[in-house]
Design a protein around this ligand. Structure first.
Ligand SMILES: *Cc1c(COP(=O)(O)O)cnc(C)c1O
Length: 418
């Protein structure tokens, strides 16, 4: 290796390559590379959660108009303050204040580059020597990536499929110690499609309070709930325990490319303020990049002008898709779905490899499925559960039917002969 190569550290680059190969995108890229070029039928993507290019999931014109208006005003070609522009922070505080027993102020809201950057901030801010964090299994793996990057020890608590993916609270108490900084919950759930009940969230809050830790509530799918369990935001329990809410317009408005999210502190008792968490958040924002100013500027109008009709139509579409997905999966003997999805865009399905002749595990299943049927499904190992699958149902319903029909014939073809 030459001196320049040594200087720029190829060792580090290999680590990056290894880390990115095990992200959701890494798995999906690998599967896409396995799709056979001989296969003329179109690829059916049941792997990722970005339905923005399907007609049934087009965002509302009200949001598009807000962006155009903000851009054309020529008032937002400037840099924004690092915490975000005030009208947007105020609009988000108002949006999140509905149903809250206390009131958030614009100062509690920090604008971020999608919910993704909010995850980066939270993990960076909570990091300290010896710290550990409680993450769900199955997980949204970016938390694991960011925790590892910030050298926070990861301790997984289980979501229990036999209990409708409820949090294993006994495990949470056993896993936590004096170095635990927070518990992360994702609600509505990615990857499980579950929605936590009020009672369950209350128990999480009480447990966190007892343990003296924060709750990080990832609500990227806020309000995308279509089952019998009502969606309740974690910050309702802000007086019990400090809550950091992470959200964005990506999923509810189906515009993940707009990269506008938020980190919100619910801290009616001033605990985050006293412990320096707030100062660290501002410090992080001062040295990182911001969402585009005109997108920030469009936020008040996006939140104000989106008609209820748009949300209810999307909820309706997701419910129909979830029903189709659940019913079709039920018809496939080697797959079982422990709980019908009630929220988000995903469902976790258990794969019984013993019923298949020449499939060794979830990865093998997904690779062969991509190759033979041009259907992309995420292997469960990508979210911490081997021999499970994560299926996205947020796609045009005719494509969903076609995709699952292909999965069925694939499973029939590979079934263990009696
Ligand atoms: C999509 C997603 C994110 C990231 O959201 P962006 O706004 O696209 O950055 C974060 N958390 C969960 C659970 C998600 O599904």
């Amino acid at each position: 290796m030459g001196t320049a190569a040594k200087r720029w550290g190829f060792q580090g680059k290999q680590e990056l390559n290894a880390a990115s190969a095990t992200t959701v995108r890494g798995y999906l890229n690998l599967l896409m590379a396995n799709v056979s070029h001989h296969n003329t039928s179109p690829v059916i993507p049941l792997g990722h959660g970005d339905p923005s290019h399907f007609p049934s999931f087009r965002t509302t014109p009200a949001a598009e108009d807000a962006i155009v208006h903000a851009l054309r005003s020529a008032k937002h070609n400037c840099y924004a303050p690092t915490v975000g522009i005030l009208p947007a922070r105020r609009a988000i505080a108002d949006y999140l204040n509905r149903d809250l027993p206390y009131k958030l102020s614009p100062d509690d809201v920090y604008l971020t580059v999608g919910c993704t950057q909010a995850i980066e901030i939270v993990t960076a801010v909570l990091a300290r020597p010896g710290a550990n964090i409680l993450l769900p299994r199955p997980s949204y793996p970016y938390y694991d990536t960011c925790a590892a990057y910030n050298r926070i020890e990861i301790r997984h608590y289980d979501l229990l499929p036999e209990n409708g993916w409820e949090v294993d609270l006994d495990a949470v108490e056993t896993l936590a110690d004096e170095n635990t900084v927070a518990i992360v919950i994702v609600n509505p759930g990615n990857p499980c499609g579950n929605v936590f009940s009020y009672e369950q969230l209350n128990k999480v809050a009480e447990t966190a309070r007892k343990l003296g830790i924060l709750v990080v509530a990832d609500e990227a799918y806020d309000n995308l709930a279509f089952g019998s369990t009502r969606y309740v935001p974690m910050r309702v329990f802000g007086s019990t325990v400090p809550v950091l809410t992470l959200g964005s317009v990506s999923k509810r408005w189906i515009v993940p490319g707009w990269r506008l999210g938020w980190l919100v502190t619910s801290d009616p008792d001033g605990i985050l303020q006293k412990s320096g968490v707030i100062d660290s958040i501002v410090g992080f924002l001062n040295i990182s990049s911001d969402p585009a100013t005109f997108i920030q500027a469009a936020i008040p109008q996006i939140l104000e002008n989106t008609e209820e009709e748009f949300f209810s139509k999307i909820i309706c579409t997701l419910r129909e898709c979830a029903d189709i997905c659940y019913d079709k999966v039920e018809e496939i003997p080697c797959l079982t779905c422990p709980k019908k999805p009630e929220g988000s865009m995903f469902v976790m399905v258990k794969l019984n490899v013993a019923m298949l002749e020449d499939i060794s595990d979830d990865m093998d299943f997904c690779l062969k499925l991509a190759k033979e049927e041009s259907v992309i499904i995420l292997p469960g190992r990508a979210v911490g559960m081997k021999n499970w699958l994560r299926i996205t149902f947020a796609i045009e319903s005719c494509l969903l039917q076609e995709g699952l029909a292909r999965v069925k014939s694939f499973c029939q073809r590979h079934a263990e002969k009696q």
